[in-house]
Design a protein around this ligand. Sequence first.
Ligand code: NAD
Ligand code: UDX
Length: 480
Amino acid sequence: MVKICCIGAGYVGGPTMAVIALKCPSIEVAVVDISISRITAWNSDQLPIYEPGLEEVVKQCRGRNLFFSTSVEKHISEADIIFVSVNTPTKTQGLGAGKAADLTYWESAARMIADVSKSNKIVVEKSTVPVKTAEAIEKILSHNSKGISYQILSNPEFLAEGTAIQDLLNPDRVLIGGRETPDGQKAIKALKDVYAHWVPEDRIIATNLWSAELSKLAANAFLAQRISSVNAMSALCEATGADVSEVSHAIGKDSRIGPKFLNASVGFGGSCFQKDILNLIYICECNGLPEVANYWKQVIKVNDYQKNRFVNRVVSSMFNTVSGKKIAILGFAFKKDTGDTRETPAIDVCKGLLGDKASLSIYDPQVTGDQIQREISMNKFDWDHPVHLQPMSPTSVKQVNVVWDPYEATRDAHGICILTEWDEFKTLDYQRIFNNMQKPAFVFDGRNIVNIEKLREIGFIVYSIGKPLDPWLKDMPAIA
Ligand code: NAD
Ligand code: UDX
């Protein structure tokens, strides 16, 4: 029986290994982590992450050929194939701080593999890493090899949160990079055989190591660039009376552009886009390519601009101050169908409003008050370091109140900001909400999900990203 061990039981390691276990009953899969609380949760009825369809898959395989464990050394030493799916956050200190990937967790995993291995291993980079990381990993392993042979493969993960199980069951492609030596090709074949249990052969792409590593950064940069492009257009739409949804629809009909990933929003969030583009920028700079670095920097600058623009719009619409006003925040997760709040645009929007002394009442169906308080009090880039290593913020932010009901969040509020596109926000009783709010009552839709006409009929002043402006907003002072 082939044995797989995955180091890192997070958003990638957990779902990916669960699907491998589901599709490959002949393979034994152990997912290990240094976080005892995470492993305990994976072994309980309350999984550590919310992901549609995940619970069913885990329940089918757990205890059969899928195991979650803190016995890191034991499972590494028994495995034939070791996936490394640890976090690779942005460095917060030292050389490259604020841009470069922090490979501390990766390096400690590699050293652990070198320490405990007694047989040949295939080591698979599942984490997103800078191009050429495999070379560094090879050095760590070969210098400590005790005669053991290691083959390093790059097999980046392309799942998106909220649709992880669907993405894993039916991937657009699986990418495997390896050495162009006979042993490297043999390792690629071994990993291909795992995916071939359910992925059609023509969707499994084999490349060299560096292409695979770089393709992951490139894919995220291209995806994020589309969002910044459409968000840049949204500002121009507001200035000219064009409607960004109509523009997206029109350009998306061009088969060379395509319709997906053209939704204007308050800004992209999530644990990957910003971190991976910063990483790409750093790599370009290190390779003497400042023009290329500056091109990608602009994607992040536009994203920051979009979040600031949203905050400025809220404040300027409400007579240039939100001091002491209650603002309801609907949605805190970085997108719908996940409880993940890493780098969510809601953090910057909330911080911006708090900076203007607003009082916030926040509702998200999947995010707890503790998590929201932690995100709002945390320093930039600290978020991607393992959850268990982060001290809870000793004091919670007083002007932030987190509730479990959207009607409570909006009661007596002066304005509502919709920051996550949860389906339930489309069908709220907005008449009831309006009746219980201060007047004039504002809705600022950062996800373009509400029916603008209907809300205006009720009496709301509505702002939607990239849509023709409400007459009220046109009369308000120009925003920065
Ligand atoms: P995560 O923080 O949810 O999970 C990482 C886990 O690794 C944590 O539970 C941590 O405790 C554990 N860990 C760290 N060092 C360890 C060690 N030495 N031994 C054992 N366990 C250790 O992160 P994630 O979101 O799953 O992301 C993992 C990697 O995958 C990152 O490189 C990320 O960029 C990449 N990625 C993420 C996504 C996504 O949607 N989240 C998608 C594609 C790729
Ligand atoms: C992303 C990539 O899509 C995935 O392939 C990679 O493996 C990890 O990073 P993820 O961050 O989970 O996945 O979600 P994604 O759907 O890409 O959304 C990222 C952010 O962009 C979210 O905040 C989302 O709301 C925003 N977004 C997405 C938009 O603002 N507009 C869009 O049209 C699409």
